[in-house]
Design a protein around this ligand. Structure first.
Ligand code: ASP
Length: 442
């Protein structure tokens, strides 16, 4: 058995946390390939090292000396970890190099990546594992897209018997420029490493014991999710359930590697298992979870289609594509096409999009609805029950929620509803209550 283990920022925030991490890794000899984040928050008002680095970059642009000074605070954080761990290690040479790159006007990605880089060196020393710089293994193409083929080839040089620490969050482009994933991207690195090293399991250690069936800020004491399929998780994370980076599912999923979300502070908890869709064993559960997000706009275009029937949908979508606005959902009816988009993305572009639609499609009517919330109730087993969708909508009617949109795909893995933002909390609660009832009835 070989495992890739990724530890998040709060698991590595200080020496006490680092010791917990080392104990977890050394307790199981299959935990060979380690991916750390940068030190996160030690307490609520604290600042993550990545945010300190981003700030340092911004300060440096305005005032070089102040930029250097703000980097000294970052050095102090690492030095106190090294000292408290009693390690025979100095990062002075690394600091010197980073500072000289800072003076030369380095990129934001380079500076932001140093949080993981320095933490990786410390963790490797603490464990007695080899340190591998992610810039030599994780690759991006010239456009900044992850280059899977080149990355997989680079990893072939590492023996599966090896034990190593490879920092998360960054890699390099062809011309050796450091490039980062989006924020929280160490989860993606962990997933890539588990695929590249053909791991049996990808353990993702964080500060909660996995996923809950609903947001605990809205629902009191929601049930923990012990097992969830890749596609269910995708739906839930897309709809706002955080804990695991949305894109981190793909590499592990393509290699069929189960992901286990675990809690560094309560290592005895089993956490959540994310498994291939056909390997769900918790099959008595019809509904796995509910999640949702506010901040959507729907735009509906009605047209007497006639001769334009074939091209209507394409033309509408093309206008959004060219305006670089991602279309989230497209619920449609005869002669009407509705496009649901994120309000932040369309903000400032709405007028020009409408102008183009009027010019190119000449719709009979346009209806726009702002302040929508979209929510999903998710479960691969929902398809096995007749009346599931009817039950969900009935539950919402009972609590007085007006459902503006309903979307269900043929795989019936989720039912998505669009409601007014002011009904968001009420809808989450009702969906969760329905899920609990359904799972219990079985
Ligand atoms: N340190 C990076 C961030 O704060 C990446 C990560 O933690 O996954 O976004």
């Amino acid at each position: 058995m070989r495992k890739t283990v990724k530890f998040g920022g709060s698991s590595l925030a200080d020496a006490v946390q680092m010791r917990k991490v080392a104990a977890i890794i050394l307790a199981d000899e299959s935990r060979r390939y380690v991916v750390p984040s940068a030190p996160g928050k030690r307490f609520k008002e604290d600042t993550k090292v990545t945010d300190m680095l981003i700030r340092c970059y911004e300060i440096q642009k305005k005032d070089a000396e102040a930029g250097r000074r703000s980097f000294y605070d970052i050095e102090a954080r690492y030095d106190s970890i090294i000292e408290e761990l009693g390690l025979d290690l100095s990062l002075d040479e690394e600091y010197r190099q980073i500072l000289s790159r800072l003076d030369e006007g380095t990129s934001l990605d380079y500076l932001a990546s140093r949080g993981e880089y320095l933490n990786g060196i410390i963790l490797a020393k603490l464990l007695g594992y080899r340190f591998l710089d992610a810039a030599d293994y994780i690759f991006f193409d010239a456009k900044g897209n992850f280059d899977e083929a080149k990355t997989m080839t680079a990893f072939r040089a590492i023996s599966p018997e090896e034990r190593f620490v490879l920092p998360g969050f960054y890699g390099a482009t062809e011309n050796h420029r450091i490039h980062t994933f989006s924020r929280g991207g160490s989860d993606i690195t962990g997933s890539i490493v588990s695929k590249a090293m053909a791991s049996d399991v990808y353990e993702n250690w964080t500060d909660v014991s996995g996923f809950l069936a609903a947001d605990p800020r809205i629902v009191e004491n929601p049930s923990p999710i012990h097992e969830i399929s890749y596609s269910e998780l995708r739906e839930l994370s897309y709809m706002g359930a955080s804990v695991f980076h949305e894109e981190a599912i793909f590499p592990a999923r393509s290699a069929g590697i189960p992901i286990n979300i675990r809690n560094t502070n309560i290592p005895s908890d089993e956490g959540t298992w994310i498994v291939p869709d056909d390997q769900i064993t918790d099959a008595h559960k019809f509904i796995t979870g509910v999640a949702g997000k506010k901040g959507f706009v729907s735009l509906s275009f009605e047209k007497d289609i006639g001769s334009d029937k074939l091209a209507f949908g394409r033309k509408v979508l093309q206008v959004f594509e060219e305006a670089m606005v991602m279309v989230e959902h497209v619920p449609s009816s005869i002669g009407t096409m509705t496009v649901v988009v994120d309000s932040a993305e369309i903000s400032g572009k709405e007028e020009s999009i409408l102008r183009r639609i009027r010019r190119e499609i000449d719709p009979y009517s346009v209806t726009i609805e702002h302040n929508l919330a979209m929510l999903a109730i998710v479960g691969v087993a929902m398809k096995d029950v007749i009346g599931m969708s009817a039950g969900i909508l009935e539950e919402l009617a009972k609590v007085g929620v007006s459902v503006k949109l309903v979307i269900q795909g043929i795989k019936e893995i989720s039912l998505i509803v669009g409601v007014r933002e002011e009904d968001f909390e009420k809808t989450i609660k009702a969906l969760y209550a329905f899920a609990e009832k359904c799972n219990k009835d079985e």
